[in-house]
Design a binder for this molecule. Structure first.
Ligand SMILES: NC(=O)c1ccc[n+]([C@@H]2O[C@H](COP(=O)([O-])OP(=O)(O)OC[C@H]3O[C@@H](n4cnc5c(N)ncnc54)[C@H](OP(=O)(O)O)[C@@H]3O)[C@@H](O)[C@H]2O)c1
Length: 299
């Protein structure tokens, strides 16, 4: 299959391009900067999501598109940063869909990133794809992002939106940011540590995206989280154990707010998400438990 991947230079995009290639697919990446390392071997075009439709050369024989590009969410949410986060998801996805529509019926599948931010902070609630959206900035972003991607279904495209949880891998995402304090021995639970964290190993997420591209019966929202979410205190203990470091210093919520502003709410929010759609479709997780995921990452 010919597959075009946006956000090709990112944490997930780089791994995904390699995985799709090992399955025999031809991949064409899009981002503002070309990928580095092993992903350099793939066809690549530059595209800024905020600058109109992506170049037609990246869609010559494309039958499936994976859309990952977007302004990083884990940063201090200044007014300008929030504008970029929102615009890159809503307008960026609309720009992509306009190119997909222009290919006639050539593109059959769009797998677009979304996030469990869709659900907002929901305490002890068990959340599935059927749960209603929550409230807050990230919910609004995810609702607009998914709506923009779903527009492609009007052109006969099968659309899957992957609501990823916290993606665990050494070279990017939340874990990379957590490592420094833990290595210095000052890592600890956030606030009271009772909030639920819904996570996924990067290899499982890449495999789930691959599955969504290849599985013709899957469509609509799909939670990209393992079947075993954990409380922040348990996540912290498992990480400290894997790193052979202590984790007895809780990080006060006030310190998080001073450091990250409004974004701190994401770190203390509680989301207990279950991957109903993926499991129902027959997807098998390689790392369903947090201890095994950390062992694979640091072992
Ligand atoms: N990692 C997670 O834990 C997680 C969780 C939930 C959802 N997600 C979502 O999954 C997607 C991929 O995540 P990731 O961790 O791989 O993110 P990442 O490492 O930050 O990569 C983002 C990608 O988007 C590209 N990009 C950023 N701004 C762009 C723009 N204006 N125009 C074109 N490309 C742009 C970046 O490349 P250039 O800078 O070269 O353009 C990069 O390739 C993101 O949309 C993210 O929000 C991630």
């Amino acid at each position: 299959m010919n597959i075009t991947v946006t956000g090709a230079s990112g944490f997930i995009g780089t791994r995904l391009m390699e995985r799709l290639a090992t399955r025999g697919h031809s991949v064409h990446g899009l981002a503002r900067k070309p990928p580095t390392g092993r992903a350099k071997q793939f066809a690549f075009s530059t595209w800024d999501v905020m600058n109109g439709a992506p170049p037609v050369e990246a869609f010559e024989k494309t039958v499936a598109v994976v859309h990952l590009a977007g302004e990083p969410i884990a940063q201090r949410w200044t007014v300008e940063a929030k504008r970029r986060i929102r615009k890159s998801r809503s307008e960026g996805t609309r720009n992509l869909v306009s190119r997909i529509e222009a290919t006639g019926k050539q593109v059959r599948t769009l797998v677009s990133a979304s996030a469990i931010g869709y659900y907002g902070s929901r305490g002890e609630d068990l959340l599935t794809e059927a749960s209603l959206p929550g409230t807050g900035f990230l919910t609004d972003i995810c609702v607009e992002w998914e709506r923009a991607a779903q527009q492609a279904s009007a052109a006969g495209v099968r659309v899957v939106t992957i609501r990823s949880g916290i993606v665990l891998g050494r070279e990017g995402g939340a874990l990379r940011q957590m490592l420094t304090p833990f290595r210095l021995g000052v890592g600890g639970r956030l606030g009271d540590g009772q909030q639920w964290m819904s996570w996924i190993h990067a290899d499982d997420l890449v495999e789930l995206i691959r599955f969504a591209v290849e599985e013709p019966l899957l469509s609509g929202p799909v939670n990209g989280t393992t079947p075993n979410p954990v409380r922040n205190a348990d996540f912290t203990r498992a990480l400290a154990k894997a790193l052979h470091r202590p984790a007895f210093l809780p990080v006060p919520v006030l310190a998080l707010k001073l450091l990250y502003g409004e974004m701190a709410d994401v770190l203390t929010s509680s989301q207990r998400v279950l991957p109903h759609a993926a499991v129902a479709a027959g997807f098998r997780f390689q790392y369903p438990f947090i201890e095994d995921a950390f062992e694979a990452i640091f072992g």
